[in-house]
Design a protein around this ligand. Structure first.
Ligand code: FHN
Length: 430
């Protein structure tokens, strides 16, 4: 079949109207929940070697601790996340102010979190879990019920399937991978597919080619034209840290975010709350709610999304320190969400040292973290200020022309320790 040039198909120009309309929900959402949950969760970050020593890792434990496949299979056989509660997970995302969820359907260990018919290496056929349950179906149904978009992570890299490492048999692996992706689309209707393991140049010898990525993207979008797909479906350009869009719809910086918007591209920064993605009982260095909230504000002010990860334990529960931080972010967002949702870069002003500025329509949102200096706004393109207020506060705000921009002075002290938000109504040339 000949695919049309416009419409469904690989489309990497974010300004293209087709991509822009498909991506509108994503651009407005700004904040999502990533969930790393898989066979590795059963090990909770620790592996006892036969010599009695302990090796620690998390979702990479099979690879990093060099666990023989048979031993890993034996350990995962007792995986029983009986306390996975989709309603509670989605409620936590809602309470955090997150607008979408992306859960690992298959990580690098190849273990499928749904009852795939492609192999037996999955949560239905290889676990101690209730055979009638399907965590992806439960989460999808609950996300629909609570009005949250649903996305699936899928690792193209696979440590379990021998054909994934074999140049000779790679076509067989590709066929199985396609079959699994068709199952995922048909059964769970994801709004977004999040690929990983991007066969980059760091992992030779790798049979996957850039052409394979482009073909897969075309195949998936022909099946569902509304799908959003991240850039890791294909090889990334070597050495490009920000993980810009080469293929797919959006770039994926990881554990970091860029200092400015990425060339008009859609992007989403994914990040952990402690250090690892999957649950590890020793992993306790949690970022503070203040840091996480400011990251979100900074990211929105650079036109990006923040996909913040949780790693459920072997019973399927989101760790308390993670849900505590998410709830704290949600309570800040409940009062200051205008600075984030649907907001993007405020290109009329320079990035300030005291916080971040985002823009939505005729409003600028000044999120102030640091009050040690006066609030000066350096103007790059002229605009008039026709109104000003402090969100969630009766304070008045004085805005005066000063030097290369405006001085902004609220009538009182900060209203919030994470960030106080001043809203300016502006009128520009355009
Ligand atoms: O190796 C994975 C890692 O476990 C995790 O899934 C992250 C999430 O973006 N991606 C990979 C590394 O780039």
């Amino acid at each position: 079949a000949v695919l049309p040039l416009a419409g469904p198909g690989p489309n990497h120009a974010v300004d293209d109207p087709f991509t822009a309309s498909r991506a509108q929900w994503f651009r407005d959402a700004r904040f999502g929940m990533f969930i790393h949950f898989g066979g590795y969760s059963q090990l909770e970050g620790e592996y006892q070697r036969s010599d009695g020593s302990t090796c620690q890792d998390a979702e990479w434990i099979m690879n990093k601790c060099k666990i023989p496949t048979a031993d890993y299979e034996r350990l995962v056989k007792s995986f029983n996340p009986a306390q996975f509660d989709a309603k509670a997970v989605v409620a936590t995302a809602k309470a955090a102010g997150q607008k979408y969820i992306v859960i690992t359907s298959k990580h690098h260990d190849g273990y499928a979190m749904w009852p795939t018919k492609v192999n037996k290496w999955n949560l239905r056929d290889h676990s101690a879990f209730d055979k009638k349950r399907d965590v992806l179906a439960e989460l999808k149904a609950e996300a629909d019920r609570q009005g949250i978009r649903f996305g699936l992570y899928y690792s193209t890299w696979d440590w379990h399937d021998p054909d994934a490492r074999s140049t000779q048999n790679f076509a067989r692996y590709k066929a199985r991978m396609r079959a699994q992706l068709v199952e995922l689309i048909d059964n769970y209707d994801p709004a977004l597919l999040w690929f990983d393991g991007d066969w980059d140049t760091d992992n030779p010898p790798n049979p996957w080619t850039k052409q394979d990525g482009a073909e897969l993207e075309r195949f998936l979008k022909a099946k569902d034209p509304d799908l959003l797909i991240n850039n890791r479906i294909s090889k990334r350009a070597p050495g490009v840290k920000e993980r810009r869009v080469v293929d797919g719809d959006f770039g994926t910086p990881e554990q970091t975010f860029p200092a400015a918007p990425i060339d008009g591209q859609l992007w989403e920064s994914c990040m952990t709350i402690p250090s690892k993605w999957g649950f590890a009982k020793w992993d306790k260095n949690f970022k503070s709610a203040t840091t996480l909230t400011r990251n979100l504000v900074d990211i929105a002010s650079r036109s990006g999304n923040y996909l913040l990860n949780v790693g459920p334990d072997k019973l399927g529960r989101i760790p308390q320190p993670e849900s505590d931080r998410l709830r704290a972010m949600g309570s800040w967002l409940a009062q200051h969400g205008d600075a984030v949702y649907g907001a993007s870069v405020a290109s009329w002003v320079a990035d300030p040292a005291w916080g971040a500025v985002s823009r939505k329509g005729d409003k600028l949102y000044l999120s102030v973290y640091d009050w040690s200096n006066s609030l000066h706004l350096k103007v790059l393109e002229q605009f008039d200020v026709t109104g000003a207020r402090v969100l969630n506060s009766p304070q008045t705000v004085t805005v005066t022309k000063a030097g290369d921009g405006y001085d902004v002075k609220p009538s009182g002290a900060k209203t919030n320790d994470v960030a106080t938000v001043i809203e300016l109504t502006v009128r520009g040339e355009q």
